[in-house]
Design a protein around this ligand. Structure first.
Ligand code: FES
Length: 318
């Protein structure tokens, strides 16, 4: 159930902008790291016991290093604060293999990329990949101020069409609709940023009839996380045969852990994919922001931190 983890060395910690550092990780023996593609993230298993997921910034194809961007969260629960205050070059740290919940559809020819704040990590990785593929890229990069804009110079030197928006300069958020309206419908649209930006992006894409629109959240969708066990249900673990009950209002993740089942987790908000668990049988009540509609319809996997069962019995492959 737990995704593969391994130990790497922190090679560099660098300030990229106000409140944002990059962390460069390498294998301790210089062996190639597992491959990844644009939009992927990894989880850091911090020495203080906290697990946090961060997008990879570097370009697809780099096997010698992973580069992450970490924003110091104002309300840090000990994840980003630890990275900023304690993590130093030379430290060993356990990480997960890369996972991609925000894959790039490379079959397109024209791409619109929109980043808000630290959402630039995945978007910058995508931009590098698209430039390497010779695709047309139109990017909108929004931040609170120029001082908060990480990787600004390398992004400007990519040679793409780039619009910068700084709230402090413009007195508020960008006009996303104005940026998105009247695009070719074959364009691929990608947006990563705070929830209000994602909501505005989704509305504008829906109103324009854009079918190739994709988002990645770094905070929970307020409409997605709900009480998933209103009626209660049974859970069976296929390997041990163990049977347990999830009472109304309870989280499946907590019930599994109370039974001694080792389930990885990071965000516990249905956005990172760390707690993904294979399902053999059952009517899953999905509330995550990770799985696609087709993955949900297949019913072979679920995020146990936010999802549950619509009733009856759930059989998990663990
Ligand atoms: S812990 Fe992140 S999706 Fe469940």
């Amino acid at each position: 159930m737990r995704p593969a983890t391994f130990t790497v060395i922190v090679d560099k910690v660098r300030v990229e902008a106000m409140d944002t550092v990059s962390i460069e990780l390498r294998a301790s023996d210089s062996s190639p790291l597992p491959p990844f593609d644009a939009g992927s993230h990894i989880s850091l298993h911090l020495p203080n016991g906290i697990v946090r997921s961060y997008s990879l910034v570097n370009a697809t194809g780099h096997r010698d290093r992973y580069v992450l961007g970490v924003l110091r969260a104002r309300d840090s629960q000990g994840g980003s604060a630890f990275v900023h205050e304690k993590l130093r070059a030379g430290d060993a740290i356990v990480i997960s293999e890369p996972r991609n919940n925000f894959p790039l559809d490379e079959t397109g020819e024209r791409f619109v990329l929109i980043a808000g704040g630290i959402g630039i990590t995945a978007i910058y990785s995508m931009a590098q990949r698209l430039v390497a593929l010779g695709k047309s890229v139109d990017m909108l990069y929004c931040c609170r101020s120029r001082e908060h804009a990480a990787w600004l110079e390398p992004i400007q030197s990519l040679g793409i069409s780039l619009t910068l928006h700084f709230d402090a300069q413009h007195g508020g958020p960008p006009d996303l609709r104005g940026f998105l309206d009247e695009r070719d419908r074959d364009t691929r649209f990608y947006c990563c940023g705070p929830t209000p930006m994602l909501s505005a992006f989704e509305r504008a894409c829906a109103d324009n009839g854009y079918t190739h629109a994709h988002i990645e959240r770094f905070s929970a969708d307020p409409n997605a996380v709900k009480d998933t066990a209103k009626a209660g249900y049974e859970v069976q673990l296929a390997r041990s045969g163990k049977l347990m009950r999830v009472e109304p209002g309870a989280r499946l993740l907590d019930v599994l852990r109370a039974e001694g089942i080792d389930v990885a987790s990071s965000c516990e908000q249905g956005i990172c994919g760390s707690c993904e668990t294979p399902v053999i049988e059952g009517d899953i009540d999905h509330h995550d922001s990770v799985l696609s509609e087709s993955e949900r319809a297949e019913g072979k996997t679920m995020m146990v931190c936010v999802s549950g069962c619509k009733g009856g019995r759930l059989v998990l492959d663990c």
